[in-house]
Design a protein around this ligand. Structure first.
Ligand code: PBG
Length: 325
């Protein structure tokens, strides 16, 4: 295809042509909004590093969920910020824990909105690691039972789907078994399968108060330099029973999303994480970038790379943007 016979600009000359040849179309069906639940009543605490995002008490979570549903967004991802932390993360799997109560309230008031719960221990342990710590080491196998208990308690509270983000080996199988044994064989698992040890989680750890008190997460989250290892991680989670596989973060890992999409036929989720959100919001506030435009471009890129669904703090902004077009 050589110039002048082929002129790519021919099909770019007006919006009608551009619409006709557009390959990637974002819709509100693509979005999942992460929300942070805190104890208390009538609380809407702004998260400094994530403009437009809040820690919400259960009543405010419900209110937000009603808006989310009105905008046509199909699901939320729920994180808990508990008051009590201890070495065994007991409030992660407490029957009346913050996530458990938030799930119940949302399913009660907004039943058609899908509630996915993040399953991890880091916001619930006093040391801030995603598993149990023995002699300063995160003990993989000792963590599995607690993660399974957490997932089961979320399912009992009414969660539509559970999403383990801890990166312990074998946790998907453990969670699947525990759900099946207790009558929740219909609850799907969205596994954070290829989750990298990323600096882009910074703002989230403020929001969820989940930063590790010593060391870092390099012994369980993936090295950003590795892509083949992502294939092994995803393969493993699928064999263990994952229904949806996630790549996280999204924008610095579009190649991984693309490879995972090509290698596997399960639905692929991508997590457009807190730092990716914060960068755009910050540049927008400084007047350095057109925020809404860069938001839509980033989300389109994540979908173009192969994501079937995108966890994003932009979900409501992007849904409004789509509505206005
Ligand atoms: C918990 C968890 C994290 C995120 C989701 N679940 C943080 C971490 O691993 O420290 C990050 C989400 C975000 O940055 O938006 N393990």
């Amino acid at each position: 295809m050589l110039f002048p016979e082929y002129r790519p600009r021919r099909l770019r000359q007006n919006e009608a042509f551009r619409r006709m040849i557009r390959e990637t179309i974002l819709t509100t069906n693509d979005f999942i909004l992460p929300l942070f639940a805190i104890e208390g009543k009538d609380l809407k605490n702004p998260i400094a590093s994530m403009p437009g995002q809040y820690q919400l008490s259960v009543d405010q979570i419900v209110k937000t969920c009603q808006e989310v549903q009105k905008l046509g967004i199909p699901a939320i991802m729920l994180f808990g910020v508990p008051n009590k932390k201890d070495p065994l993360a007991t409030s992660a799997y407490a029957k009346d824990g913050i996530v458990q109560r938030a799930v119940k309230a949302v399913k009660n008031k907004v039943p058609d909105l899908a509630v996915i719960t993040d399953v991890c221990l880091c916001a619930y342990t006093d040391h801030g690691h995603c598993g149990v710590v023995e002699k300063n080491v995160v003990d993989n196998d000792a963590s599995l039972d607690l993660l399974a208990r957490t997932a089961l308690s979320h399912a009992k509270a009414g969660a539509d789907m559970v999403a383990p983000s801890d990166m312990m080996d074998g946790r998907v199988a453990e969670i699947r078994e525990s759900l099946d044994e207790n009558g929740f064989s219909n609850v799907p698992i969205m596994s954070y399968a290829a989750k990298y040890c990323s600096g882009f989680y910074g703002p989230f750890r403020q929001a969820a108060d989940s930063a590790p008190k010593f060391g870092d997460r390099r012994t369980y989250q993936m090295d950003p330099a590795n892509a083949l290892e992502a294939i092994r991680e995803v393969t493993m989670d699928i064999e263990e029973g994952a229904d949806i596989i996630m790549v996280k973060p999204a924008l610095a890992y579009l190649d991984v999303i693309c490879r995972v999409r090509q290698e596997f036929d399960l639905p692929v989720a991508a997590y457009n994480v807190s730092g990716e959100y914060a960068m755009i919001k910050a540049a927008e506030q400084l007047g350095w970038l057109d925020g809404p435009r860069v938001m839509m471009e980033s989300l389109t890129a994540i979908k173009r790379a192969g994501a079937d669904m995108i966890l994003t703090y932009f979900a409501m902004d992007a849904a409004k943007e789509l509505q206005s077009r």
